[in-house]
Design a protein around this ligand. Structure first.
Ligand code: TRP
Length: 332
């Protein structure tokens, strides 16, 4: 039997190049060899301040991005987390076997608390428990996510272990949860246009979305910081110039790369030219994706029916797990 893979992306707007190279490309590679479920995790999205009037739109954006990128509902299931209510039911049941103190200690929780001191809600504390329910609802074993999610997966394994030992399998109820591990895909570190850190949805001026047209890409790159270009010598290891070169490496051909590396060393680099060539290289990579996305956008009925069917399948699988869980916990 193929191993099951589960992963999700929060609905905070359109996907950008970082998500594409870091997450979606990995998903694409996995759908051919594993039994995959990819989710839009809207219930996780609402643990930080958000605008309810645009949430449905943001969910749809991710669905369209998933489909346009090539995730194929014939090969993998796509779900919208809140439409499979078993996620929250299982999360609640898991919360009864897991200590609050352990959740309060997680780095992600502490970061969010510092970031939104007026918005420290139960959902934020509960975040890793819901994530655990996402994965274990489908008995997922492999989870393609970034290294920042490792502490959450540790919680997932602890909960699986604890559930298995507190509610051991008897003859009829044979449910045993797997202990899922992070699945490293060849996700690239895509640097921010702002010159520091990585491309991020929450940092304006740091990203290029998958749906940006050539003019928008040019505009965003023009705003990226550089230096005078006359220094010469080795290319810096960090900062705006370093990030532009990293992007060149990811998107431009060897010849272009070699040319600008040479120019930098000589102190004759023209950043306007570099940015123009980089804009075109990025746009070239995105154009086929954008064409497919337009087709899906023009066909909302098709998208709706494809997703509905996929969600129905997920609900069926989820209910099977829940039956076993309720039985084991004496609720049925
Ligand atoms: N916490 C993940 C993130 O921020 C999103 C997520 C929610 C997720 N549930 C998941 C990822 C289950 C993998 C599996 O990226």
């Amino acid at each position: 039997m193929k191993k099951r893979v589960y992963s999700g992306i929060r609905a905070t707007g359109r996907l950008h190049l970082g998500n594409y190279l870091g997450a979606v490309k990995g998903m694409l590679a996995l759908q051919d060899s594993y039994d995959c479920i990819f989710s839009v995790v809207d219930l996780h999205t609402i643990t930080v301040p958000y605008d309810p009037s645009v949430l449905q739109g943001s969910i749809q954006e991710i669905v369209l991005d998933y489909l346009a990128a090539g995730l194929d509902p014939k090969k993998c299931l796509l779900e919208i987390q809140s439409q499979v209510p078993q996620h929250t039911e299982l999360a609640y049941l898991f919360s009864t076997i897991y200590p609050v103190s352990r959740l309060e200690d997680l780095p992600t929780y502490k970061e969010k608390k510092a970031q939104y001191p007026k918005y420290v809600n139960m959902g934020l504390l509960y975040y890793p428990v819901l994530m655990t329910a996402d994965i274990l609802l489908y008995k997922g074993e492999l989870v393609p996510v970034g290294i920042d999610q490792e502490p959450h997966l540790e919680v997932t394994r602890e909960i699986a272990r604890k559930f298995n030992s507190m509610y051991p399998s008897t003859g009829s109820g044979s449910l045993t949860f797997p202990e899922p591990v992070r699945f490293k895909t060849n996700g690239e570190h895509v640097p921010s246009l702002s010159g520091t850190g990585k491309m991020s949805k929450s940092v304006e001026g740091s990203y290029i979305t998958l749906t940006d047209d050539l003019e928008t890409i040019r505009k965003r790159l023009r705003a990226a910081p550089t230096d005078s270009g006359t220094k010469g010598g080795e290319i810096p290891k960090e900062g705006g110039v370093a990030n532009l070169f990293k992007l060149l490496e990811l998107f431009a051909d060897n010849k272009t790369n070699t040319k600008y590396t040479h120019d930098y060393r000589q102190g004759t680099i023209r950043y306007a030219d570099l940015k123009e060539e980089l804009s075109q290289a990025i746009y070239k990579e995105l154009a086929p994706f954008q064409a497919r996305r337009k087709e899906f956008e023009a066909n909302p009925k098709l998208v709706e029916s494809v997703i509905e069917e996929s969600i129905r399948e997920c609900q069926k699988m989820a209910e099977e797990t829940m039956k076993e869980v309720r039985k084991k916990m004496g609720l049925e």
